[in-house]
Design a protein around this ligand. Structure first.
Ligand SMILES: Nc1ncnc2c1ncn2[C@@H]1O[C@H](COP(=O)(O)OP(=O)(O)O)[C@@H](O)[C@H]1O
Ligand SMILES: [Mg+2]
Length: 254
């Protein structure tokens, strides 16, 4: 399966941010998009999911389906997942509730509304809860977080782990992680990197957006793209990320 972006131009409040960006990600691949602050990384993440404040031109195709004009919800249903750089709290909606709602009751085997409540998607509730708790354990998330309002009062590191948990439970076709490494201590960084590795092994195509190569020490990307001033100025393998560490971004002129 493929996710392709062709000649993407994105502007916000009439200010051009992305200026002709193309990408091609296969299932199970890990791509890193690296760039200095303000280069347009989060704009790219928002454009993928169709943020209404961002005006896009160009094509985004997921598994042969053009999703460029779909709503955010329909893009998510088509299999795209975005972990936000700064996730917002939703007091009153627990982590478990959000996941249950996201998995939805489509494919629900029961047409009886009372029995239907015992399923999450095609999974009986007990199995769904078991899977969520198992992933939480692997990510070192205390079970008590699952019944708290999502991101409500969570620390930076806890938020990032909860984003990772959602990706693992939802198993999207393609996932974008916007600075999932920012603000994490070394232990959390390792745990999140392992989570992303697990996800890619299950076949999810991954785009990691970052400005450090810190996380890439724990997770070897197949492809590295350098984004400067809204354009990909260089694409290469994991070695390219090392060059950034040594010499910064100024070596890549626009
Ligand atoms: N809603 C907005 N209104 C005005 N300018 C914006 C908005 N969102 C982003 N920008 C500008 O677009 C540029 C790229 O931002 P962003 O995509 O957040 O960069 P990065 O994630 O690489 O740090 C910056 O110059 C930023 O100020
Ligand atoms: Mg950003």
């Amino acid at each position: 399966m493929l996710l392709t972006v062709s000649d993407l131009h994105v502007s916000v409040e009439n200010k051009p941010i992305l200026r002709g960006l193309s990408l091609r990600v296969k299932s199970g691949e890990v791509h890193a998009v690296m760039g200095p602050n303000g280069s347009g990384k989060s704009t790219l993440a928002y454009a993928f999911l169709g943020h209404p404040a961002y005006t896009s031109r160009g094509k985004i195709v997921l598994n042969k389906k053009d999703i460029s004009h779909l709503s955010t919800e329909d893009r998510a249903k088509a299999g795209l997942f975005l972990a936000l750089q700064s996730p917002i709290a939703i007091p009153g909606v627990t982590v478990t509730n959000l996941l249950r709602a996201a998995l939805g009751d489509n494919k629900n085997p029961s047409h009886n509304p009372i029995l239907a409540r015992r399923f999450v998607g095609s999974l009986p509730v007990e199995e769904f809860m078991k899977a969520v708790k198992e992933y939480a354990k692997q990510l070192h998330i205390d079970e008590s977080f699952l019944s708290r309002g999502i991101h409500d009062g969570f620390s930076g590191g806890e938020k990032k782990k909860i984003e990772m948990l959602q990706a693992l439970v939802l198993k999207p076709k393609f996932a974008i992680f916007d600075e999932i490494d920012t603000g994490l201590d070394v232990d959390a960084l390792r745990i999140v990197a392992r989570g992303i590795g697990m996800l890619s092994q299950k076949g999810t195509g991954i785009i990691i957006i970052t400005h450090y190569q810190r996380i890439l020490k724990y997770l070897k990307p197949d492809v590295v793209h350098i984004l400067v001033s809204g354009k990909i100025v260089k694409t290469g393998n994991a070695e390219l990320a090392k060059k950034i560490e040594d010499n910064g971004y100024t070596q890549f002129s626009v």
